[in-house]
Design a protein around this ligand. Structure first.
Ligand SMILES: [Cu+2]
Length: 64
């Protein structure tokens, strides 16, 4: 399986998109401080429609 980057995920009005391993997912690259320790949390900000944002902390795991 080859992963290809995309700039955005389009979600239609009243529609849902599921992010999951082997499917659409968020891949964090270019970590300035290196790979965080497993079990730690990483702040993540999602941008919707180019302006609205939601921030959350995601748990770092080696496997889904
Ligand atoms: Cu990936």
């Amino acid at each position: 399986m080859k992963m290809l980057p995309i700039n955005a995920i389009v979600v239609g009005s009243n529609k849902q998109v599921q992010l999951a391993p082997m499917g659409l997912h968020v891949m964090i690259t270019n970590l300035a401080l290196g790979v965080p320790a497993e079990g730690s949390t990483l702040p993540l900000t999602l941008t919707f429609g180019g302006s609205e944002t939601t921030s959350l902390d995601v748990k770092v795991t080696s496997r889904p």
